[in-house]
Design a protein around this ligand. Structure first.
Ligand SMILES: [Zn+2]
Length: 475
């Protein structure tokens, strides 16, 4: 039996916007509310006796303020606790707006601090640029449909980041009672290593963070990520199912009600993750390359048809390549890829094969005319290495990106094509997102020095010896 890959259509992606298009605060059950559609992620309000708990804080101070204004209409009691389900920007950067003057405890897993520093220091420039491509931050409203797990990422020159550090952390699990509300936190690595769930045993409500949402899980993200351990992710989904929740509130997309329905969704989600993992490994052991395996691993129909597993965020083929890399690293096992030709030399040889650079260019044009957009794009990769300023090459590239995007129902891929099309035309993807003063204080010196170290140009500085003093206000 073979499985057919039948990706969702762009029209289905458009219909998916109904999940979060209208910002609203949904009362899931007595005293528990989730804000959906105010930014990329959700934020959850749990009402307590003399104070409230907020789970996840949106991606910007501005988005958090929009949510907090709505939460205050429901209950104006002080915020006694904030919980981060994990370290990602869309769950933490609005924290100062949620906390206000209330000085709440901040709960997270013990690894969250480490990942926040990592996010803010060494790879920040490239992760930011790739994130904004992936979330479509530079696109106009007409070309931006949605982000699969939320309407849009609220991060641009007009937004502000804030940061409050966790004050209470745990390793495996933690039980607390806050303002009369019993909460159980458990470490459930999945989308991130520091992921936690929040379980309210008395009301059978599960807050699942980003380990599940209404889209195929992002087992790999194209903005770049360390390996996401998909086996652990599936086990974490099992742990959530064993709780038999009656209400499931993910940190993206809408809440789900009904024990049987939730059990089925969690089962399908875990089955899909395990299926992709196991079939990838089976093919790895047969000696196939990542690209070959990505062509072969396709979800069985009962899973691919689930509305919770449409590839509106993660994709199966990207996941396969990530699993390959997670187990074996970059080498595909074929000795011809061990020490490949230098990129420029390969481009020269490809041009020679076509009968010269001009001929290669006309082949690329022909590919575009024949609607072979991927092939046209691949040929422009060679052509750009030979003539980086080639106007005609850029035009072919632009057209190819636009056409590939038009048919693409995965928002991350779609946005990436459309943004790189704009970059071909000169779009500058530098952004200048502001930070609150408190955020600067909450970044440790070690993270700052780590960021400086990776900026050093070794060629220019090898024989340079200079001491300088850095003075920071307050130290
Ligand atoms: Zn998220």
């Amino acid at each position: 039996m073979t499985f057919e890959h039948s990706p969702a259509s762009v029209a289905e992606l458009e219909a998916h916007s109904a999940e979060f298009d209208t910002p609203e605060v949904i009362e899931v059950t007595d005293g528990i509310h989730v804000a959906v559609g105010f930014g990329l992620a959700n934020s959850i309000l749990i009402e307590g006796k003399n104070g409230n708990i907020i789970v996840d804080c949106m991606e910007s101070v501005e988005a958090a303020k929009r949510v907090k204004t709505e939460f205050d209409k429901i209950s104006s009691k002080p915020v006694k606790a904030i919980i981060y389900t994990h370290n990602h920007a869309d769950h933490i950067f609005g924290a100062e707006a949620m906390a206000g003057e209330d000085n709440p405890e901040i709960y997270s897993h013990e690894l969250t601090n480490y990942y926040i520093d990592r996010l803010l220091s060494v790879v920040r420039p490239i992760i930011s640029r790739r994130s904004y491509r992936m979330f479509g931050n530079f696109l106009d409203e007409e070309s931006h449909i949605n982000c699969g797990i939320g309407p849009y990422l609220d991060a641009n020159d007009a937004t502000t980041r804030s940061l409050l550090r966790p004050t209470v952390t745990f390793k495996d699990s933690l039980e607390v009672e806050i303002e009369g509300v019993k909460l159980k936190f458990a470490h459930v690595p999945g989308e991130t290593d520091d992921q936690l769930y929040v379980w309210l045993p008395e009301r059978k409500v599960l807050l699942s963070g980003d380990n599940i949402y209404k889209a195929f899980p992002n087992l790999y993200t194209i903005r770049g990520t360390p390996y996401r351990d998909v086996k652990q992710w599936a086990s974490s989904l099992d742990k959530m199912r064993y709780l038999k929740p009656e209400f499931l509130i993910p940190s993206h997309t809408r809440p789900i009600e009904g024990a049987d329905k939730i059990a089925q969704i969690l089962q399908d989600y875990a089955d899909a993750v395990r299926f992709v993992h196991d079939q990838t490994i089976r093919h790895i052991n047969m000696g196939l390359s990542p690209d070959e395996i990505a062509e072969r691993v396709v979800l069985p129909e009962h899973l691919s048809k689930s509305p919770y597993l449409k590839e509106f965020y993660g994709r199966v083929d990207w996941s396969v390549k990530s699993i390959f890399g997670g187990y074996l690293g970059w080498f595909d096992g074929n000795a011809s890829t061990l020490l490949p030709l230098p990129v420029k030399e390969k481009a020269e040889k490809m041009a020679a094969l076509a009968g010269g650079e001009k001929e290669l260019l006309s082949k690329a044009k022909k590919a575009l005319d024949n609607d072979e957009f991927q092939w046209a794009l691949e040929l422009t990769d060679y052509l750009l290495r030979l003539s980086p300023d080639g106007g005609e090459v850029k035009e072919i590239r632009y057209e190819s990106f636009i056409h590939l995007a038009e048919k693409q129902s995965n928002p991350n891929a779609r946005h990436y094509y459309l943004t790189q099309a704009l970059e071909v035309k000169g779009l500058d993807t530098e952004t200048d997102i502001k930070s609150t003063p408190q955020m600067a204080h909450n970044i440790p010196l070690e993270a700052i020095f780590n960021a400086i170290a990776v900026e050093i140009n070794s060629e220019k500085s090898m024989d340079y010896n200079k001491k300088s003093r850095l003075s920071i206000y307050g130290y």
